[in-house]
Design a protein around this ligand. Sequence first.
Ligand code: NAD
Length: 461
Amino acid sequence: MTTRREFLRAAGIAAGAMSVPGYGLVQLKAGYAAPRRPPALSRVNLAVIGCGTQGFVNMGSFLQDPRVQVTVVCDPVLSAGKYSYQSEKTCGRAPAKAEVDSFYKSKDCRMVADFREVLADPTIDAVLIATPDHWHAIQSVLAMKAGKHVYCQKPMSLGISEGKEMARVAKETGVTFQVGSQQRSSSEFRVAAELVINGYLGECMTCDVGLPGGNKGMYGHANSVGRDLSPVPAYFQPDGMWDMWQGPAMHWEGNKFIQGIHDPMCWRWNSRTGGGMITDWGAHHLDIMQWALGMDDSGPVAIENMKHDRDPNDAIFDWAANYSFDVVYANGFRAHVSNKFRNGLMFHGKVGDLFVSRGRLNKPAPLRKWNEKRDLTGSDKRLYRSRASHEMDFIDAIYSGGRTACPCSVGHRSITIAHMANICERLGVASLKWDPAAERFVDNADANRLAEVPHYNGWTL
Ligand SMILES: NC(=O)c1ccc[n+]([C@@H]2O[C@H](COP(=O)([O-])OP(=O)(O)OC[C@H]3O[C@@H](n4cnc5c(N)ncnc54)[C@H](O)[C@@H]3O)[C@@H](O)[C@H]2O)c1
């Protein structure tokens, strides 16, 4: 790969220079701004929306790509602590600007509190959306309509209706859209999926999917977890930025800040802002299952055998800590999903068991010497091959206009399964039937009602 210095020299751009003019914004008939595809030697101007735990991870990767210039960072939080898995990081827009400026050795990165300013800026080509889940749909749809390419963190939606609309708008606008389900850019998952989809495991009709459990206090946030209604922290700046954090989520009584829910990362545990571990990790492992089954454009026909320990009286931590359910496909394939299984996917084939997880691929004995370069035949399906990283794959697709590692419609189909399971949990039923063509639950008005995500406070799709 070319270095940043080589890229800039070839493009005739001074190091540290900001937005790259020269390719104009075109208006589409529908009134949306057309996405801009930069010529080979122009940089992609990227804005980071959501400068928290994962925003910093993705931003660090984008900074390393010489084809990208991070020009704006956006967060309603100016600067705050307790971020990341051990609560060890300070995040927000000020630390993000400091990191970008230090990388580029300049002072040019702009800080913005309201993401709508980012979307109105015609010099921005692409956005990374790394906000809590309740924001993904509205921010993505507005970004796409403004002609921005979108890297949207997983789970891409808070519910099924949002994902449908996102997929529709992605198709209509033609922007490059990649869901942050980065396991699609890791070779161990691709090789596993290629072995399954091409039948090397022999007949394979079941798999076990291990997702994490727990519904509070993970990630070292135990000290902050409680039910205290606290004054809104001063780190939401300027005034009104607490509302910008809450956005389309229903406010709590008195519009208070609840420790353990509104602290960094903790919003995952409440249904107003997240889907618990089933969507948080289902966006990874259920996505790989769909890939391996060749079901990217479709999905299962039922959730069955749902068991969970959700406490219906707990309004705050309102997802189950322990759960298990089956995902059933029309051809009879059945996945058992549980927080009791080892994290990853275990495919049970006639040839043997294949286990894949991050950094680990255990092939069954007869396939131990299997080598993709030598053993994949000309007629075998070859799945998306990442060049280096999920972030680079996104930038590649912006230049080429080609398919991303995890397009919007594909991420939508994967996360739909997790939403289906969560709806089972919410309704307290053991099973639900699903029509993947119509994308509706069969004969269940309550489930279809829960598939529609309500938006509050004037925000709408
Ligand atoms: N791909 C992965 O492996 C992976 C890992 C962790 C998190 N994630 C995803 O990344 C997203 C963020 O999670 P996190 O753990 O970083 O959360 P976090 O709480 O650490 O960070 C979220 C940040 O978004 C900011 N934010 C809230 N509203 C905003 C708005 N309107 N505009 C701009 N910024 C806003 C918050 O202030 C916070 O700084 C989630 O969707 C999560 O599922 C993905």
